[in-house]
Design a protein around this ligand. Structure first.
Ligand code: CA
Length: 233
């Protein structure tokens, strides 16, 4: 776990660096805001601890720069006791937590641990969302959206879409789909897969200009970004 500390006061900066290193973290310490933003944008950090009042560029500007660049790095602010509006301002800018100076190191460490844990669960959340173009399937919330539109699927349609998304770009034979989604051996007399694909298309493809599911004649189905429907079954 790597932490960026941006603090211009020598004593506080060194105290933070030493304490965090003793707690087992890798720490980079920089002393002005411009270096801070550059490091935060380019370095591989799990957390940034930012002082508010900094030379060249203040802590708010660093946070604004990070969020503008779409960087989801968790940020803990250090604010002075008399900066009473800071909490509100920081919240609006997307800060994750605050600590008022002077603070006990144990308190800082507790906040750091919480933020790092939260960051990890955000990663796990990202991995539970499957995407193709503007289609999103959220495995945790069991929710499917295309653009801003929420789409209701049955359990089987959901499983079918999940399979197609997990193996994007791959032509999946009907027999494989039948085995994985319905847990049954393919029977040439049943058209259960065709029917399910047609229903799924009606929900996720038919009313959208960009079609995602393509039929590969005599072979099966493939889900791709920007697939053109060749028609037929
Ligand atoms: Ca300062």
């Amino acid at each position: 776990m790597k932490i960026l500390v941006v603090e211009d006061e020598l004593k506080t900066g060194n105290y933070l660096r030493q304490g965090l290193q003793e707690a087992g973290y890798l720490v980079d310490l920089v002393r002005d805001g411009r270096d801070g933003l550059h490091e935060a944008l380019t370095g591989d950090y799990d957390l940034a601890i930012l002082d508010v009042m900094l030379p060249v560029m203040d802590g708010w500007s660093i946070l604004r720069g990070l969020r503008a660049a779409g960087k989801p790095l968790p940020v803990l602010f250090l604010t002075a006791r008399d900066e009473i509006d800071d909490r509100v301002r920081g919240l609006e800018l997307g800060a994750d937590d605050y600590l008022v100076k002077p603070f006990a190191f144990a308190e800082l460490l507790a906040r750091v641990r919480t933020l790092l844990r939260r960051g990890k669960s955000k990663d796990a959340e990202t991995m539970s969302v499957l995407r193709a173009a503007d289609l999103e399937l959220d495995l945790l919330r069991r929710r499917v959206t295309r653009g801003s539109q929420r789409i209701d699927l049955t359990a089987k349609e959901f499983a079918l879409l999940e399979l197609l998304l997990r193996r994007q770009g791959e032509v999946l034979p009907r027999s494989l789909i039948a085995a994985q989604v319905w847990d049954m051996n393919f029977d040439s007399d049943t058209n259960v897969v065709e029917v399910a694909v047609r229903r799924l298309r009606a929900k996720i493809d038919d009313e959208f200009p960009l079609k995602l599911i393509r039929t590969v004649r005599g072979m099966g189905y493939v889900l791709e970004d920007g697939a053109q429907d060749s028609g037929g079954q």
